[in-house]
Design a protein around this ligand. Structure first.
Ligand SMILES: [Fe+2]
Length: 314
């Protein structure tokens, strides 16, 4: 097999604009709504916040902003969203999107349950656009998150932490998110087929990986409180009859602990802890370029996720 091509992904104009932006919620279409919702209640400790118009369910951790909108249908990613806490963040993104010729719409208040007022920032508002693969992406202002970082971290993760999108064009996705939206590149594979992007102090809140087709979810991840909880969660998955599909292990990029399982719709769900922190105000960092070998994403043993191949075919 030919040696993999070396590709250097470059940050574009708006890179670094966002420093206080994180994933917020995600919308999935699932073939069996009832069993999938029940799975998230049983395994991840979620509760149903409310029914969605048209028959879906909104889930979260009971207080504050929700995490997951489920509707019944063919399995797929319907939309993904970010909470932008940067000053002028949402308006800035909207202006950059419009200037670059991307469609910008106002986010429906029902998407945010904007009735819950934030004492500091007022009612949440947001915008919606589409990413280069045509998937809806939402950006909204500060919302209440008092359901997160709550007690009982052995029964539920701390928060939804990152999303990894499948693509067949990593360069275009990185161009969109660094050139227009405002992310930075934290790390990449040397063959340009995987890039980890940051928008706050976490090593990545968003990643894009070449899966040979455009669009859709590769996996998404929830944060655990730390090593002790991570260990307990690996046992908990066994107790709940949830098969681990990858890990436990430690990623190179991000240096985070990981363990993966599938939800009933076949979505790859990650539990993660100890992600590397970035303090851009204090250090200069040059993105690393990792070899496209299994040990990069699995420092402890090199086994690759069953659904993934490196450019070397391993
Ligand atoms: Fe991940």
């Amino acid at each position: 097999m030919d040696k993999p091509q070396r590709v250097v992904l470059r940050e574009r104009d708006a890179a670094g604009t966002l420093t206080r932006t994180a994933v917020s919620h995600i919308g999935l279409s699932v073939p069996d709504l009832a069993s999938t919702a029940q799975f998230y209640r049983r395994v991840l400790g979620m509760v149903v916040h409310r029914a969605l118009p048209g028959g879906g369910l909104r889930l979260g951790w009971g207080r504050g902003h929700h995490v997951l909108d489920l509707v019944e249908g063919e399995a797929g990613l319907r939309f993904y969203a970010f909470e932008v806490r940067d000053g002028n963040g949402v308006d800035g993104i909207a202006a950059r999107l419009a200037a670059a010729g991307h469609p910008v719409g106002e986010l429906d208040a029902g998407q945010l349950d904007a009735g819950q007022l934030n004492a500091v920032a007022g009612p949440a508002r947001g915008i919606t656009t589409i990413d280069p693969h045509g998937t809806e992406v939402q950006f909204h202002t500060t919302v209440e998150r008092d359901g997160e970082t709550a007690a009982d971290t052995g029964r539920r993760p701390i928060k939804y932490q990152h999303i990894t999108l499948g693509t067949d064009d990593v360069e275009t996705m990185v161009g969109f998110f660094t050139g227009v939206v405002g992310f930075r590149i934290s790390d990449q594979l040397d063959d340009g087929r995987f890039a980890w992007l940051r928008s706050d102090r976490d090593h990545h809140t968003l990643a894009v990986v070449d899966v040979g087709r455009g669009g859709g979810l590769d996996h998404y991840s929830y944060d655990l409180a730390g090593w002790a909880d991570f260990k307990a969660w690996c046992d908990r998955l066994t107790d709940e009859d949830v098969d681990v599909t990858w890990g436990p292990g430690r990623h190179g990029p991000g240096n985070n602990l990981f363990v993966f399982f599938d939800d009933p719709a076949g979505n790859h769900v990650e539990l993660s802890a100890e992600m590397e922190k970035f303090h851009d105000d204090r250090v200069t960092y040059v993105p690393r370029r990792w070899k496209p070998v299994p040990n990069t994403v699995n420092l402890w043993g090199g086994q690759l996720a069953s659904w993934r191949r490196t450019s070397e075919g391993k």
